[in-house]
Design a protein around this ligand. Structure first.
Ligand code: HEC
Ligand code: HEC
Length: 356
């Protein structure tokens, strides 16, 4: 009787226990329809400010190769500003506030949602810090409609995409490149096809996992074990080091009161500081110190202390077990997830700026 109960309990625990495996990325994210001409068109669109109603913001304004395909800022500035990266400033007199969330890199966003041991469906790839949109294609139209990002006060949200199509139709080079009628679907499909080329599947970690035992240093290998032991892989697992699930880890978004955010990928952190959905955590040392405190808070909630003043916490945090001496090896392991081997090229000219 007791042994049956033990078996049932063990099975129940196993079922609720996440798969903490970490593994290499696939070598390619390309889909069958991603032809060279579609990718080339997507690249031009990605860099062209003509997509914004204000004509002054491109996707690449916030996702730029010089800043690891993010922007190196806590939170981005969209319309009515100039420059890129940390130096981007509002144009004098403009009254647009920065957005409230940190810009994620689009490197490897094509793999969002990929999990160990499960089929991967790019049409369901979760996008944004709260997973509110699915697929790169669906994501691509969101910034075009968003006021602070690319629309400004030039037109209504409903007119943002139709007016973008009109602007593209007024440029003969785009009319030619699209070959047939310009539609919102074709714009987003071209941008998504281009984004699927922006991947880093050959980081030292990937090469190590594929069998090159010299690809990671001894400290990095020790760090990988420490990362697992500390419980990081309860959430940061699979080929992207993310389960792509929402978790409450004690940070509240002041704009929306949201407490749950998607586990971010841990790839290319070298290029994407500052960290967290608010971009307020400047270094990886700070992140690790944050987790030290979080483990204490999670233990307090377990002990039934007065937690009324604390934000809600994911129960998985109680399984964490990081020691201060784990910080250095874990940081070394995170280095093995960085890669500089990605497309950093920028189009020489854009169809909206002939000769410019
Ligand atoms: C003003 C800066 C800005 C501009 C312009 C911008 N983005 Fe973003 N991008 C962001 C921010 C901030 C987020 C995260 C927003 C959130 O989670 O709510 C984001 C998220 C994304 C994501 C999801 C990444 C992930 O892992 O979830 C993709 C893909 C993306 N942007 C592509 C684009 C494309 C394509 C364009 C142009 C059509 C574009 N962005 C324009 C700032 C910008
Ligand atoms: C319960 C799930 C969970 C566990 C366990 C966990 N994380 Fe996280 N991690 C998250 C979530 C969710 C975020 C984003 C939170 C936010 O932005 O508010 C995050 C953010 C991060 C970031 C910032 C990344 C970025 O791009 O902004 C780093 C780095 C990080 N975690 C590393 C770790 C390490 C190292 C461990 C182990 C010591 C760990 N995490 C354990 C869920 C988890």
């Amino acid at each position: 009787m007791l042994s049956t109960l033990v078996v049932i309990l063990a099975a129940a625990t196993a079922a609720s226990q996440p798969n903490t495996k970490i593994e290499a990325l696939p070598r390619s994210a390309a889909l069958p329809g991603d032809t060279p001409s579609k990718i080339a068109l997507g690249r031009l669109l990605f860099f062209d400010p003509i997509l914004s109603a204000t004509r002054d913001v491109a996707c690449a304004t916030c996702h730029h190769p010089q800043h690891g395909w993010a922007d190196g800022r806590p939170t981005p500035l969209g319309v009515h500003a100039s420059g890129i990266g940390p130096g981007r400033k509002l144009i004098q007199g403009a009254a647009f506030l920065p957005l409230t969330r940190n810009t994620p890199t689009i490197l490897n966003a094509a793999f969002n949602g990929i999990e160990t041991g499960k089929p991967f469906d790019p049409a369901k790839s979760p996008m944004f810090w709260d997973n509110r949109v699915r697929s790169l294609e669906a994501q691509a139209l969101a910034p075009i409609r968003q006021r602070e990002e690319m629309r400004g006060d030039v037109c209504s949200e409903g007119d943002a995409v139709p007016s973008m199509i009109e602007r593209l139709n007024s440029i003969p080079e785009y009319v030619k490149l699209f070959e047939t009628e310009i539609t919102a679907d074709k714009v987003s499909q071209a941008i998504a096809a281009y984004e699927r080329t922006l991947i880093t599947p050959d980081a030292p970690f990937d090469r190590f996992m594929r069998g090159d035992k010299t690809a990671m240093t001894a400290e990095q290998q020790q760090g990988m074990a420490a990362f697992q032991k500390a419980g990081c892989a309860l959430c940061h697992n699979g080929p992207m080091l993310s389960d792509f699930k929402l978790h409450a880890i004690g940070q509240t978004d002041s704009a929306t009161n949201r407490t749950e955010f998607r586990t971010p990928s841990l790839r290319n952190l070298k290029h994407t500081a500052p960290y967290m959905h608010h971009g307020g955590t400047l270094t990886l040392d700070e992140v690790l110190l944050f987790y030290d405190r979080l483990m204490d808070q999670a233990a307090e909630t377990l002990e039934g202390g007065d937690t009324s003043t604390l934000p809600p916490l994911d129960p998985l945090l109680r399984q964490m077990n990081m020691l201060p001496e784990d910080h250095a090896p874990i940081k070394a392991f995170l280095e093995a997830l960085n890669s500089d081997d990605y497309d950093k090229s920028v189009p020489e000219r854009l169809p909206s700026q002939p000769g410019g």
